[in-house]
Design a protein around this ligand. Structure first.
Ligand code: CO
Length: 133
């Protein structure tokens, strides 16, 4: 088994501040990390749950994939991050199993991680992100 943890559950939201407030009020949650990832056109707030995260994500520009997602599908579950020890090897194993990679090679993610995204088509309808810390 090459997955070591559910790294994060990513939820697309229209208003990041409002979503953070909701998680604070409902769960007493605290934001562990916040980051704008310019290349992806997203701003995210990470709420730590044990050794995993809830990642509230919003768009920073109209042409980002998250903006498109919010426009067509509305708020909701966007992708699941699976933690692995070797992103490159995990990506290859998924491709060998028939997955459709979005990233042909691993690239930098938030929090200094190395990540690769896999298309939902070919992975039973789930956008998967492989995350190496
Ligand atoms: Co993610």
């Amino acid at each position: 088994m090459i997955l070591t943890e559910i790294d994060h559950v990513a939820i697309a939201v229209h208003d990041l501040e409002e979503a953070i407030r909701y998680y604070q009020q409902a769960f007493g949650a605290e934001v562990h990390h916040r980051e704008v990832v310019e290349r992806d056109g997203v701003e995210e707030a990470l709420i730590k749950v044990a050794d995993s995260y809830i990642q509230l994500t919003t768009a920073t520009r109209d042409d980002s994939p998250i903006a498109k997602f919010l426009e067509t599908r509305g708020e909701g579950l966007h992708h699941i991050g699976y933690r692995v020890t070797d992103c490159k090897a995990a990506l290859q194993a998924m491709v060998d199993a028939g997955a459709r990679p979005i990233d042909e090679i691993p690239r930098p993610g938030s929090r200094g991680t190395t990540v690769a995204f896999i298309h939902p088509k070919g992975s039973h309808g789930t956008l998967i992100e492989l995350v190496q810390e």
